[in-house]
Write a protein that binds this ligand. Structure first.
Ligand code: PEP
Ligand code: MN
Length: 372
């Protein structure tokens, strides 16, 4: 059962729900706070033996906006009430981190290095982002590689100068993959030492999509939002259950990222593009949806119309309602130490930024056909 409070309800309103829930044996109340720039929303989830718990006493408490019984599936991330109903647990789990708001109203282009290699390349990439007014980037410090002999990323050593350069270039948010809780400690220490010039969003890579201990841990590190990549060899449903591990621990600030699935049927692409699942994820969950065309397509080939194939796949995601796009760039793609084949050169960045704007406008125009 989910009890949703009115926006900006006082803390005592949640306390009253927790106290009432305490009268029902076998029921554990778990409050979740979703804080935005202008509003904060609190939900209290009642878990356990809730079948016999009546909704009316909860509905009668002050500041309660709605009380919804939910199925066990996707309890926190799920879109439970009738689609389109105002508020309640049908509304999106929008959130803000370091001034970057993830919701359904705009698209963020998160462009940057798959793997941090040199200070010069990080600086050149951030300069290119600043020149087009982008404040969101990806910078991989910890790289999970198929072979132990391949470059594993610079790890914590690069964090001080990556954060320093982010501050210099007005970058507000960096997505960074972590594969171990120690990485999060290192990121936290580096952020503290640098005075938090930017925020970090923890990326859970496709290879860890079902690393349940890591997911639970990230779920407890509520200071960091999470970009969760779907598992490349599991069903969408399994990926959503995995994502729920993060949310059920108390961290609801999650962006769900589609990145293609592994099958030879996708060739010549690296993975089979799965962006037809964007509206499915939006229907089943309340999470903002990201697409990663770089790891789906895996190559920077240019189509006969002059646009990289990666652009066309970005378009598939945005026209289906995705509100974030994660793209690999590199100042000299051929020298990139990880995923060189898919990195776009920086001179494509202004074009991609404009492309994203135009396809988003097309999405807004076609969605108006629904009359909503
Ligand atoms: C990445 O984004 O750098 C990455 C390794 O992606 P994925 O986990 O989707 O393969
Ligand atoms: Mn990569």
């Amino acid at each position: 059962m989910i009890v949703t409070l009115d926006p900006d309800a006082p803390e005592s309103a949640a306390d009253a729900i927790v106290a009432l829930a305490g009268r029902f044996p076998g029921v554990t109340p778990r409050p979740y706070a979703f804080r935005g720039a202008t509003q904060s929303l609190v939900e209290v989830h009642l878990v356990g033996e809730t079948q016999a718990v009546p909704v009316e006493p909860f509905e009668g408490l002050p500041w309660v906006r709605s009380v919804v019984r939910v199925s066990r599936r996707y309890r926190v991330i799920g879109r439970h009430a009738a689609a389109g109903a105002p508020g309640g647990s049908s509304s999106s789990l929008a959130f803000e981190h370091h001034g970057v708001r993830f919701d359904e109203s705009s698209v963020h282009l998160i462009a940057g290095l798959c793997a941090v290699d040199t200070r010069e390349n990080v600086a050149a990439t951030m300069r290119a982002l600043r020149d087009v007014g982008i404040t969101t980037t990806r910078m991989g410090a910890y790289k999970p590689r198929t072979s132990p002999y391949d470059f594993q990323g610079l790890g914590k050593d690069c964090l001080p100068w990556v954060l320093e350069l982010a501050g210099e270039h007005g970058i507000r948010l960096i997505t960074m993959e972590v594969t171990d809780p120690r990485h999060i400690d290192e990121i936290e220490a580096a952020l503290d030492a640098a005075g938090h010039p930017a925020g970090v969003m923890l990326q859970i890579g496709t290879r860890n999509a079902q690393n349940f201990e890591l997911l639970r841990h990230v779920g407890q590190r509520t200071a960091f939002p999470v970009l969760f990549k779907r598992g490349m060899g599991i069903t969408l449903e399994e990926s959503l259950h995995a994502c729920e591990y993060i949310a059920s621990e108390g961290n609801g600030r999650i962006v769900f990222c589609l990145r293609g699935v592994k099958t030879h049927l996708g060739e010549p692409h690296r993975n089979l593009v799965d962006f037809g699942h964007v509206p499915v994820v939006r229907r089943l969950t309340r999470l903002p949806v990201c697409v990663d065309p770089s790891h789906s397509v895996g190559r920077a080939d240019v189509a006969p119309d002059g646009l990289p194939e990666i652009f066309h796949v970005v378009g598939q995601g945005i026209i289906a309602g995705a509100t974030a796009v994660l793209v690999d760039f590199h100042p000299s793609p051929r020298s990139a130490r990880v995923d060189a084949a898919q990195a776009l050169p920086l001179d494509q960045l202004p074009r991609l930024a404009e492309y994203v704007k135009r396809v988003r406008a097309a999405y807004e125009s076609v969605v108006a056909l629904a009359g909503g």
